[in-house]
Design a binder for this molecule. Structure first.
Ligand SMILES: Nc1ncnc2c1ncn2[C@@H]1O[C@H](COP(=O)(O)OP(=O)(O)OP(=O)(O)O)[C@@H](O)[C@H]1O
Ligand SMILES: [Mg+2]
Length: 247
């Protein structure tokens, strides 16, 4: 008897992507005005990502590696749809959850409880779905006692816990994680890693940015190395770690 395995489904497509930012060279309005009269250039463009292409299949867990400023966060923002590419295209299948800028959608004047509802709604959950998962979200964050305080009074760790907890309890197919595992205290980091392993086990697609080689090894099978906006390696995670060191 032969078993027929279904071909892997494409989860993320990144095709010939370029992202250009403008770098300003003037500081004040006056300076900008004088530069304009003198026809001096006030900004230059800079490619944070140059012709980057790769495909990620459903259920893969991929690390994006590279030194500071190489373009990793920009890439995750493009995949999440926060940024638009200037050339090329990006396609994703299913719902994308992103832990990119922690608590970006949190409102300081609202309580933890209100922020959970607000954020989960932004991430596409219905009131009923949030009601069902609310207790789990709060329990995971371990900030039960403070859930009705305004989040502006939270410590940065508490803030992170709640934001992370909301993001991972939302129904998602793809999870993008940028550096989050290096924040928070050791027990919480371990708990997050465990949860991410669970999500990988459930077949979710994972893209992880981390400077911590241990985390990368533990969570990812494949690594993509970016150097100054250019993809220089894509392959097994151990080889990617080597490629990063030897670039
Ligand atoms: N909104 C922006 N405007 C202008 N330049 C930007 C913007 N966002 C990112 N950049 C530039 O793009 C480059 C890549 O930045 P990015 O944040 O993607 O790097 P990174 O690989 O995530 O670095 P790190 O490891 O420090 O987090 C950097 O030179 C950065 O200054
Ligand atoms: Mg970054």
């Amino acid at each position: 008897m032969t078993t027929v395995t279904a071909p892997p489904k494409l989860s993320i497509l990144v095709e010939n992507v370029r992202k250009t930012f403008l770098l300003r060279h003037t500081h004040s309005f006056k300076e900008a005005f004088i530069s304009k009269i003198k026809k001096k250039q006030t900004s230059t463009s800079f490619d944070a990502l140059k012709d980057v292409s790769f495909e990620i299949n459903e259920g893969e867990s991929v690390a994006i590696l590279g030194y500071n400023g190489s373009g990793k966060s920009t890439l995750l923002k493009l995949i999440s749809g926060v940024l638009e590419p200037d050339a090329g295209r990006i396609r994703t299948r299913g719902r994308v959850g992103a832990l990119i800028e922690v608590g970006a959608g949190f409102h300081p004047e609202l309580s933890g409880r209100e922020n959970v509802y607000l954020n989960a709604a932004i991430l596409g959950m219905s009131k009923k779905e949030i009601d069902e998962r609310f207790d789990d979200i709060v329990a995971f964050s371990e900030i039960e006692d403070f859930i009705d305080s305004e989040v502006k009074h939270y410590s940065s760790g508490m803030f992170l816990r709640l934001a992370f907890s909301v993001a991972i309890h939302v129904r998602l197919d793809i999870l993008l994680v940028d550096e989050i595992l290096s924040v928070g205290d050791a027990p919480f980091r371990e708990k997050c890693r465990k949860k991410i392993r669970e999500l990988i086990g459930e077949g979710k697609t994972m893209v992880v940015v981390s400077h911590d080689v241990g985390t990368v090894r533990e969570l990812c099978d494949r690594g993509i190395v970016i150097k100054k906006g250019v993809k220089i390696f894509d392959g097994p995670v151990e080889e990617a770690i080597e490629a990063l060191k030897n670039q």
